[in-house]
Write a new protein. Structure first.
Length: 419
């Protein structure tokens, strides 16, 4: 962990989405360095599923040694941002650093993404970042150490990062384009940076996407806070900076190494979005270096039945179905398989004791999963993690993402049966 430098003492940071997750981690790290923190976020009342409010975050900032100003802000609302910016200037005398951290995510295809979700992502990620920057920049120009830091990825135009979630990619890349544009526009006046991890960070959003077990494949948000602080300390307004930090153990200018902080030390880490060698190579390397599969691999000595590997997989699935599995899942799944053993299969976990087999489900599918038949067999045999299959583009999911995540519980049940 990066040691406190004291170089941010008296500086004011305006951080969007700072009530929890990476935003709060950055706030606390800067507070320990003596900074003033404007916590600009929506959560004023406790959320039933997500921890923290702007007020609990403010208490933690004060306890860490900084000064806090909690502000109720929806960054899509120009009036709310303007009022929060003015409060920050009135309270602390100015703003030195803006951290555009607030973001919305929804990983669905074009036909499955409601326009309400599209508007939310574009409104928060793109418009919110641009608008907040626009209103803060006049005050940054008065600072002796002005800096904008966006939590956004490198602009990777590999189509694999578009095809499964075009709306999210457009919205997230909008934040990155703000970095490129504003860095050039305010060259010599404001340092502009982007920060993005090479591997997944444990946040509420990551747990929502990857399920309960995904945390052990992530690093804690502390590494992002360390990297953000290192960049903030190093940035000079005379320097045009448009860099993305994507190392597993980041290094700031100088000699201080930022130590990786995995949730479960020694466990392989999940690669993040928008980074590839290509993406499938990342997955292969993860597996080669011991990425623990979601299921135990099938015995290599087992001889597949004459009915074929997909039928064999569904025989195994039927063997673990019961009313309890149906009760906790309540979803109908359709698998559109291509390749050597292509075809359509279904899994009904919504009625009775469940059923599975070849063909379309009798009821409309809540989730449709599309992938190569060989990858499907690997996934249910424990040789390919569903999360990595999805992130690498091997698995495409349409429909209810929450139910898609629940399917991993059935896979775990199969693993316990030593299939």
């Amino acid at each position: 962990m990066l040691q406190n430098t004291g170089k941010l003492a008296g500086c004011t940071l305006f951080i969007t989405g700072a009530s929890r997750g990476i935003g709060k981690a950055i706030a606390l790290k800067a507070a320990r360095d003596g900074a003033n923190i404007v916590i600009a976020a929506k959560t004023a009342e406790p959320h039933p599923k997500l921890p923290g409010t702007i007020y609990t975050a403010a208490q933690e900032v004060e306890a860490a040694g900084g000064k806090a100003l909690p502000c109720i802000v929806d960054i899509r609302d120009e009036t709310q941002i303007g009022e929060a910016v003015q409060k920050a200037v009135d309270t602390f005398g100015g703003i030195d650093i803006l951290v555009n951290n607030a973001s919305a995510i929804n990983l669905t295809g074009t036909l499955e993404t409601p326009m309400k979700k599209v508007d939310l992502m574009l409104g928060i990620n793109l418009r919110g970042t641009y608008l907040t920057s626009k209103l803060v920049i006049p005050h940054l120009l008065k600072s002796s150490r002005p800096h904008i830091l966006n939590l956004s990825p490198p602009l990777n135009l590999n189509p694999v990062w578009f095809k499964n979630h075009t709306a999210y990619t457009m919205a997230k890349y909008g934040m990155s384009m703000c970095v490129l544009g504003m860095a050039e526009e305010f060259r010599g006046q404001i340092a502009v940076n982007a920060l993005w991890p090479k591997t997944a960070i444990q946040t509420a959003a990551m747990e929502m996407l990857g399920g309960e077990g995904v945390g052990k494949q992530c690093r804690t948000a502390d590494i992002m806070a360390d990297a953000a602080l290192a960049r903030a300390v190093a940035a000079q307004k005379t320097t045009r900076v448009t860099s993305w930090w994507t190392r597993t153990s980041s290094r700031r200018p100088g000699s201080t190494t930022l130590i990786s902080t995995p949730v479960q030390p020694g466990h392989p880490l999940l690669p993040d979005f928008f980074l590839d060698e290509a993406p499938e190579t990342l997955v292969e390397k993860m597996e080669q270096h011991g990425a623990t599969p979601a299921l135990k691999p099938a015995s290599s000595s087992a001889t597949p039945p004459s009915s074929g590997p997909i039928e064999s997989t569904f025989d195994a699935i039927r063997g673990v179905l019961n009313a309890d599995v149906v009760k906790v899942t309540q979803g109908v799944y359709q698998f559109d398989l291509s390749g050597e053993h292509g075809g359509v299969w279904f899994l009904d976990l919504k009625s009775g004791s469940g059923s599975a087999g070849r063909g379309q489900p009798s009821a409309k599918a809540d989730v449709v999963m599309t992938m190569d038949s060989n990858d499907f067999s690997k996934m249910f045999a424990g040789q390919l993690k569903p999360t990595m299959a999805f992130m690498s583009g091997k698995l495409r999911i349409k429909g209810d993402m929450t139910l898609a995540i629940k399917l991993e519980k059935l896979m775990s049940r199969m693993a316990k049966a030593k299939l």
